[in-house]
Design a binder for this molecule. Sequence first.
Ligand SMILES: C[S@@+](CC[C@H](N)C(=O)[O-])C[C@H]1O[C@@H](n2cnc3c(N)ncnc32)[C@H](O)[C@@H]1O
Length: 242
Amino acid sequence: MGRYFDMATIAFNYKNHDSWGKIGWLGTSEYYEFWGSVFAKDLTDFFKGNVILDIGAGNGRVWHEALNLGLLVKQLHLIDPALDVVPELALKSEIFLYKKTLENLQSIHCDIIVFKQSIHHLHERMGLGMFDALPGKTFVNFSMPANPDWPMSPELKKKFELSYLNVRDIVKNTGKKVKDSFLYSYPVETNRINWCLMLEQRFTSILHDCDDDFISREVAWANNNLPDTLGFFDHLECVIFE
Ligand SMILES: C[S@@+](CC[C@H](N)C(=O)[O-])C[C@H]1O[C@@H](n2cnc3c(N)ncnc32)[C@H](O)[C@@H]1O
């Protein structure tokens, strides 16, 4: 039977992370089926039979899909201060849930550590010191590439470039080595109205600290420059390092 550990109140801005995985294509079952299949099929050799720690696991829906597709793990530890997993996942015996930040986690022995679109948060708070708290040997990281396909204005693109965290630099600076890398591309089909709603809800971390004027300018840019229907790829690079 899976269980939650440590529900203590922690200093963390939940508001900023609440919308993740709920808006636009990020909230659809197709999106989680896509990533569940990547985890269960493409990356099965890394995950199968191992003790895995996912840091910044969000709603855990990717793992839920992966386990439903037959991925067998020894233990799966999910940590996120905004953790909010479906009951079916929480009830599985191999699942351990920690509703807290990594900074508040006691060391867990694990084989594989996963970050999916979360390493920048840890780097911002802990720098390379995050690796002191991480006992695993193999790291599987998913981050957006330097040139995303998202329909961004020049102003937002600039902001993205300034805040871009190059995971390969982190690997180099820690003396670790890249073992493998893959590019995954989720085909997004949406429309301008939905994109504007996502912007208004600051769906991604680069928008979290933007004031209302910035968001209004971005929405106006989208309304003036984007077609009614939108198709683009949501690319994520998977870098595996040890
Ligand atoms: C962009 S979301 C990704 C969620 C999930 N990995 C996914 O791809 O669906 C980033 C997550 O990192 C979590 N996070 C932020 N700071 C964290 C910290 N210090 N320790 C653990 N998780 C953190 C946030 O709460 C958020 O759920």
